[in-house]
Design a protein around this ligand. Structure first.
Ligand code: SAH
Ligand code: SF4
Ligand code: F3S
Length: 479
């Protein structure tokens, strides 16, 4: 990428005359992988000569990195875009970029082309490294540029420094991209492309750089991290690792997700390692042992259930049964006492009966999740489930949603109440908040004398509990 070229863009020339640097504003929607992408997109805009601002009203470039996993996510983006349209009416030089999963959907890109002319650039999920070119072309031509083609190889913004991040003390690291699981309800495989794992040495290099930059907690990211290296590695078979991974399952123990965990565990300076998301169908005993034996690996697992009904799970193409899910949780809880299991659950999937839903409640009661993201099924066109006509009425889905939260939240509260009176270790984040190893959110006061900063590990005496967090007083270290 030729940076100097971009410093000569119409935008920068114009602003140079007014004596100020051009500014950018990035808004992110969606999952942790999108957040990591947004960090890279911010770094990219900074590299092009723009400075960050906190308000979109003050920006010269606005970039939205979008999500389309549920209709509500798209509605949110469209709502915010209508605001941009107003800002742009007052400031015609404003440059608007929409990228990410939603932009990758051809029908949405087409809507942007025909109805949203105030958007200058529409960019997908697999060609973001070409974003500077798209910006350049749009600025030169004054027209809208849409490019959602998928490039070969890994959709990584490789020349962006990994040290540009949202938090000083923690960072996400992508270990794989895309998804090949094709759960019947899910649009992710269509907008994120095929499953690809990064080379282990690239991941470790990134973790080392992050550790040297002060990062204490690493979150290894992928749609299905426990299938790491199951398929293609590095976007092509350009290494021994890639050759080995091609054989499925990998015959050598060094190329599995647990082996990656063990390697990341060796990186000096890293105190905590988390990972998400784990698909229950690929959660091996080797991984359970790694969570049990590696002290830096946090005692928490995000294990999306989706439904407790084996019949629905089969329809969803999840490839595990209710009993297999329960057995996996029991193995995890036996191996790692006190482990926090969090989950995702969908209610109102097509064909879901009252009996199916009862099975979901049954699993929730038996596993006792420490956290749950609950969703009402959202039809995503292009997915197999969207073809179904046996849809659950909205009223029934809403009612099940409430019954589900009425079941899971009190269990979370009870779990958290068990912490009252205990002194726990917390990694501080900001403004008197932090997380326990098992991901429990802790609000604390009384650390004024300790001058604790993000990434410090402190002791907190828990005095109160709510469903979503506990609160307490930080111990001031002696002296
Ligand atoms: N890869 C992860 C999930 C990524 S999407 C996994 O397999 O678990 C995050 C969550 O969004 C999913 O776990 C699911 O619960 C929810 N979700 C995905 N598609 C959905 C849809 N069409 N309607 C409602 N919820 C959905
Ligand atoms: Fe979607 Fe299933 Fe892939 Fe998760 S594993 S991203 S739910 S298709
Ligand atoms: Fe959304 Fe894309 Fe993540 S659809 S959940 S931002 S992978």
């Amino acid at each position: 990428m030729d940076d100097t070229r971009y410093l000569l863009t119409a935008h920068n020339d114009d602003l140079a005359r007014s004596g100020r640097r051009p500014c950018f504003y990035v808004r992110n929607y969606g999952c942790q992988m999108n957040e990591r992408d947004a960090e890279k997109l911010r770094a990219l805009l900074a590299k092009l000569g723009y400075e960050p601002v906190d308000n979109q009203e003050d920006a010269d470039i606005i970039l939205y990195n979008t999500c389309c996993v549920r209709e509500s996510a798209e509605d949110k983006v469209f709502g915010h875009l209508s605001r941009i349209k107003t800002i742009k009416a007052a400031n015609p030089r404003l440059f608007v970029i929409v990228c990410g999963c939603m932009a990758q959907r051809p029908e949405i890109a087409e809507t942007f082309r025909t109805k949203h002319h105030y958007i200058n650039v529409v960019c997908g999920t697999a060609n973001r490294h070409r974003l500077p070119d798209m910006i350049w072309h749009s600025m030169q031509s004054g027209g809208q540029v849409i490019d959602i083609n998928e490039d070969e190889g890994l959709p990584e913004l490789t020349d962006i420094p990994v040290t540009t991040r949202e938090y000083p003390h923690k960072a996400g690291v992508n270990i794989m991209y895309g998804c090949d699981n094709y759960c019947a309800f899910c649009i992710v495989p269509y907008v994120r492309g095929r499953e690809k794992s990064r080379l282990m040495r690239d991941i470790l290099d990134e973790v080392h750089v992050l550790a040297e930059d002060g990062v204490k907690e690493i979150m290894l990211l992928g749609q299905n991290v426990n299938a790491y290296a199951r398929k293609e590695v590095g976007g092509g078979f350009r290494s021994l690792e890639g050759e080995v991974a091609r054989r499925n399952p990998p015959p050598t123990p060094f190329l599995t997700f647990p082996s990656l965990l063990r390697q990341v565990h060796e990186v000096p300076g890293i105190l905590r390692i988390r990972f998400m998301t784990s698909h229950p169908k690929d959660f091996s005993d080797e991984l359970i042992a790694a969570v049990r034996d590696l002290p830096k690996v946090c005692k928490t697992v995000h294990l999306p259930l989706q439904s407790g009904s084996t019949r629905i799970l089969e329809d969803m193409n999840r490839k595990y049964t209710k009993d297999e899910y329960l057995a996996l949780c029991a193995r995890l809880q036996a191996a790692v006492p006190g482990i926090g299991i969090t989950t995702d659950i969908i209610v109102g999937y097509p064909g879901e009966t009252e009996a199916d839903f009862e099975e979901t409640l049954d699993v929730a009661r038996r596993v006792r999740f420490s956290g749950a993201f609950t969703f009402i099924y959202s039809k995503r066109s292009g997915t197999p489930a969207a073809e179904r006509t046996d849809t659950v009425p909205r009223k029934t889905a809403n009612e099940r949603f409430e019954r589900l939260t009425d079941t899971v939240y009190p269990i979370m509260l009870e779990r958290n109440r068990g912490l009252v009176g205990q002194t726990v270790e917390v990694m501080a984040e900001q403004d008197g908040k932090g997380r326990m190893d098992d991901n429990t959110l802790v609000h604390f006061t009384g650390n004024e004398n300790t001058a604790c900063k993000a990434g410090d590990v402190i002791s907190v005496r828990i005095t109160d509990a709510k469903s979503f967090y506990v609160s307490g007083t930080a111990d001031n270290p002696e002296g």
